[in-house]
Write a protein that binds this ligand. Sequence first.
Ligand code: FAD
Ligand code: UDP
Length: 406
Amino acid sequence: MTTDINSFDSIVVGAGFAGAVAARELAERGGEKVLVLESRDHIGGNCYDEPDKYGILVHVYGPHIFHTNSERAYKYLSRFTEWIDYSHEVVAKVGDEEIPVPFNLNTLRQVFPKDAEELEALLIETFGEGARVPILKLREAEDERLQKIADYVYRNIFLKYTMKQWGKKPEEIDPSVSGRVPVVISHDNRYFQDKWQGMPKEGFTKLFERLLDHEGITVKTGVDAGSFIKIENDRILVCDDVPDECDRDKASASKAGEKKKFTGKVIYTGLLDELFDCRYGRLPYRSLRFDVECRDEDRFQSHGVVNYTVSEDFTRISEFKHLTGQLDLHGTTIMREYPFAYSGAEGEVPYYAINNPENDALYARYKELADQVGLIPLGRLAEYKYYNIDAIVDHALDVMDGLIEG
Ligand code: FAD
Ligand code: UDP
């Protein structure tokens, strides 16, 4: 079975949030026929979830919690799901203690019980109640007492965790990364302070099924676009027919010479360097190994996520039943995350762009190539940028506004 490419107005590569929102908008608002190609055997990108043997929804590519201050993103996704209220709270395991993260005034009381009142007053006086102070900024404080707090937070929350996650010290990575988990001058233990936060009631995969369920959208999973799309002489070439399933090597061999110019739009949410055969070199990424364990006990840990900030080789353990509101089910599934440098080897998945001036400059060269052929890069891989769910939904909607209305 094959599908004639000429019957489509647009091709979207990738069925994560970037691709799925783009496809829905092009089909629904733009009245287009859209072909979505996804190399994995499922939709949902890194937000994909599936039930384990106990019926608990497990996030296969790491724990995902929806949180946003964007009314547009919240309302948009609410068309495709109801929500379970869930305020994510995280603790860090420091020795035998569990301390709230982000570090806040409750954490302060726990770790400096004797002078907590004085330190709390000082933090409020210096930064203001409710302030969110990046650790790198707190470390610049001149007051000795603030230095003492900064030193504790740096050593017990950031240093080892960041070394594991990035292979670098906090001061050596883009400041916006550690800035995502600031010191919070309040008694709020929540990991995110956004107005809306929760989990899709029936899970992310169901949300994606509804998002992509439109008469104008055809989804092909198990199809790597690399075997189907080629850039040659500043033109986007595609195969005449899209196979239902594709083996990258076999398909590119058998399709050699059969590709032709595609005049519709191509929205690309995969790796930009790989699309251009890494001709300027690979874009560096961090990857993760997810170690999943099903346990025949009802509860493993106190919170959905426990960060290991001073010990262990893994960064954190997630216990999904906390996140999904399934605490009453018997059995539990936990996941440990082991970061490592992405090498491009078969089976490895790039998760985090490593943004710094050098890597961003390399990305800009690939972006220029994409611009030359009129390809539209979208999402955390194709834009070499960290996006939370709400941010990529908003951004995809903005880009589609431009394409459809402009
Ligand atoms: P993806 O979800 O990665 O989707 C891209 C898709 O394109 C993938 O399915 C991929 O298989 C496919 N693809 C790539 N190349 C090709 C190709 N050549 N051919 C066909 N298909 C291809 N955000 C939050 O808001 N809250 C969280 O709690 C949160 N937790 C996270 C935890 C982890 C461990 C990570 C890594 C990210 C987390 N995020 C979280 C961010 C969230 O995952 C992203 O915002 C979201 O996945 C971005 O969507 P995307 O479509 O850009 O990328
Ligand atoms: N971080 C840390 N200790 C923590 C939590 C976060 O050092 O307990 C740092 C680490 O560098 C991490 C960054 O802050 O990469 C951002 O944390 P976030 O929870 O946003 O990471 P992500 O969800 O992207 O894994």
